[in-house]
Structures are given as C-alpha cells and as structure tokens.
Design a protein. Structure first.
Length: 413
C-alpha cells in the first residue's frame, strides 16, 4: 500500500493524501537567479497542500488538544499517510525522497495553525531522520527508515537535569558488555516521547574521555529497562508531549550504536545545526499566524465609529510585524537552501534560529495588543500562540548560545 500510494499524484484539493515522489523531489532547474522566497511549482503545490490540510484538518482541534495536553493520534496518522514524516527518506525505504527545504515548508505551514504540530514533524524529519540518513549503517537504515516513514514516531533524547545548554555534561552512562551496552540514567524535556516508538538517545560510554565518550544509540520503546516517565505540564506547546525517560539497566544491542562509539558528540552537534533551521521555520510560521489573526481582527473590530485598521497606530504596528516576519523568513529560507546545496550553514542556522524566535515573541505580543482585552482570552487563538512562542528562545540552543556561535564566527575571521 505504501508503494502504491507513493506513485500517485494528488492535487492540492485533496490535503489528506500522500504526495507523489516527483512533487517532493523535483529540483530547481532554472538557470536564472531565483529569489529566496520564490518557490518552484512543485514547492508551491506542496506548500498549498500542507497549508490547506493544517487549516481544514488541524485547526478545528487546536484548542481542545491544547487544553487536554494531547495531540490527536488520527492527525499523526494523517501525517504519515501524507508522507510528512518521511520527507527526506529515500524512496527505497518508503519515504518521499524530498528536500530539507520542503521539510522546512511543512514545519512553517503547520506551525502557522498549531506550533505543536510543527514540532512533531520537525523532530521526526530534521533531527531523527536526518541523523539516520547521515550516520546509520546500511543495515540500520534498512531496519528503521521504513518504519519512520510509515508509522513510527521518533524522539531525540539528549537533555538531562544537569545538562541543558552544556549538553555534554550528561550523566547517563552506557556500560560496554561486549555484545551489548547497559544504559542507566534519566533524560528530561524529551519532545515526542509519549508518542514515539523509536528514540535516538545519547549516553556516555567512556566518562574518562569526557564528551569524546558520548555515544548515540537507537532504542526501541519495548526494550527492557526503558520507560517513558512523567509528562511535563507546560506553558505552551501543550499538545506536543515533553517527557522524562528513565533507563534502568536498559540493555541495548551493540548493533544499535549509530556511527561509532564516542562519535555521539559529533552526531548531536551536527544534527542540531539542522534542527535549528526547523525551529526557525516553526517560529516564522507561528509569527505569520499571529499576524494573520491581527490583520483579520483589525479589519472587523470597530472603535470610535470606524475599523481599528483605519487608525495609523494600528497600521504601523501591523506593518512592522510584517517586516519582521519577512526578514526572519529570508534568514530561515537562506539557511535551508544552503543546507540543501551542501554549503556551510552553521552561522546562518544560528542567525535564523535567534532572529526568528526573537521576532516571533514580539509579533505574538503585538497581535494580542491589536486584539485588546479579548486577546488574552482563550476565545481568540493569539493567546495560545503567545504561550507557544516562549520556548523558541530556549530549546535546541538558547538565544545566548546562538549569539555565541555567531560571535565566534565573526571573531575567527
């Protein structure tokens, strides 16, 4: 069924269907210079279809999912059916064979309606799938990629109580027993943990070597000694699960080491560089959603006998919000295009993540102000977007860490 669906072409009017491989994989072939925000016809169709799906299928459930703190399983199933959970996975493994930029478009469009949806697709594609595509052995790809494309949610497990920004001060240990490792420790703030069946987890297999002992493991949910623990009760992104993981003498076969023993630090750093671009996409999607709501409200709300959108003060606020969103989009799209072109993008990714999370917070706040008093009520979606936005300056590298990366590049010249 997966192969049959993958070869069919569905128009944008059918958003709950899987995309054709050609639609996802067609490269830009024009020889003329192309503006960063100008999309190919296939990219436009992809964007339009995801946008339509988000508005028609996700939007009706956003408030209920936020209040319950649970993302609907049927919507995740639709993510898989549409091919959104395996965008870059090659066709031979059941994926779409698409581009990183298309994953960025998907995250942006989903986040404009619900940033919780955006981060589920983000972690699956830009972090977990990408790590396997780059570092996994041929046998590991054969074992895991078809599942990640078809029905298995993935989770990325790096953070701990004592290792946040200093991610490599981790206490989780992996004892080498020859044919297997025994992992003991506790992970915190792990996205997608409640829904996942597959976990890319980092532990130190040689503490004496410091960060050079960190090793990446492929863990399945049913492994003995592995348990998903407490689910966090959060300010924002409430429908996206964030949980602790408990490893109590969890036995992991040696063939589930990804890369090599001691290579985990490299895998983690380079994977997060890509993930930061996707967080930038999440933030520009969120900001665009907030701006759209503010513009719509300004065109319907009346005060002093006229629409509030006719007041210059409101007009200027909306104009400045639009400028910020467009500037952030240019940074995010540029970093994504660089990554697809195989060019260096570390600094550009840091800039995109830093700036987009900064302006998203500002735009979400201004959107509430445009709404006035009703903006802080749950009857209007800007209240939720304002809660969702705060994490953007924190996870996958705080704003200060991004600034440190940018400054290091400047001072190395």
């Amino acid at each position: 069924m997966l192969e049959a669906c993958a070869t069919r072409h569905f128009p944008a009017s059918r958003p709950n269907q899987r995309y054709s491989k050609d639609m996802l994989a067609t490269p830009i072939t024009d020889t003329a210079p192309r503006p960063l925000t100008a999309l190919t016809e296939d990219e436009k169709l992809f964007q339009t279809t995801v946008r339509k799906f988000a508005r028609e299928e996700i939007r009706p459930h956003v408030r209920a999912m936020d209040e319950a703190g649970i993302f609907r399983k049927d919507l995740i199933r639709q993510f898989f059916d549409m091919g959104l959970m395996g965008i870059e996975i090659p066709e031979e493994y059941g994926g779409q064979g698409g581009s990183f930029f298309q994953a960025i478009l998907a995250v942006e469009e989903l986040s404009a309606v619900d940033p919780s949806a955006g981060v589920i697709v983000d972690v699956q594609n830009t972090i977990c799938n990408n790590a396997l595509l780059r570092w996994a052995s041929a046998e590991q790809k054969r074992r895991f990629l078809p599942r990640l494309a078809a029905d298995t949610v993935a989770s990325y497990c790096l953070s701990e109580a004592g290792s946040g920004s200093d991610a490599f001060a981790m206490a989780t240990r992996a004892a080498d027993h020859g044919g297997h490792f025994v992992i003991t420790g506790r992970k915190l703030w792990i996205t997608n943990a409640a829904e996942a069946g597959f976990y890319l987890l980092f532990a130190n297999a040689n503490p004496d070597a410091g960060y050079k002992g960190i090793t990446a493991f492929l863990i399945e949910r049913d492994f003995a000694g592995f348990q998903v623990g407490k689910k966090e009760d959060k300010l924002g992104l409430r429908a996206s699960s964030t949980c602790e993981l408990i490893l109590d003498n969890c036995r992991v076969p040696r063939e589930n080491v990804i890369g090599e023993v001691g290579m985990g630090y490299k895998i983690a750093i380079e994977t997060l560089n890509e993930g930061r671009i996707a967080i930038g996409a999440q933030m520009i999607g969120l900001a665009r959603g907030a701006l759209d709501h503010a513009v719509a409200y300004a065109k319907e709300r009346k005060q002093f006998g006229k629409l509030i959108g006719e007041f210059q003060g409101v007009q200027f606020d909306l104009a400045k919000m639009a400028v910020e969103v467009e500037a952030a989009r240019l940074l995010v799209y540029n970093a994504a295009r660089l990554r697809d072109a195989g060019l260096p993008f570390l600094t550009e990714a840091a800039m995109a993540k830093y700036y987009s999370s900064t302006i998203a917070e500002d735009v979400a706040s201004k959107a509430i102000e445009v709404h006035g008093g009703v903006g802080i009520t749950k009857d209007y979606p800007v209240e939720k977007l304002y809660r969702d936005v705060k994490i953007g300056r924190i996870y996958e590298g705080t704003s200060n860490m991004q600034l440190a990366t940018i400054a290091k590049k400047l001072l190395s010249k």
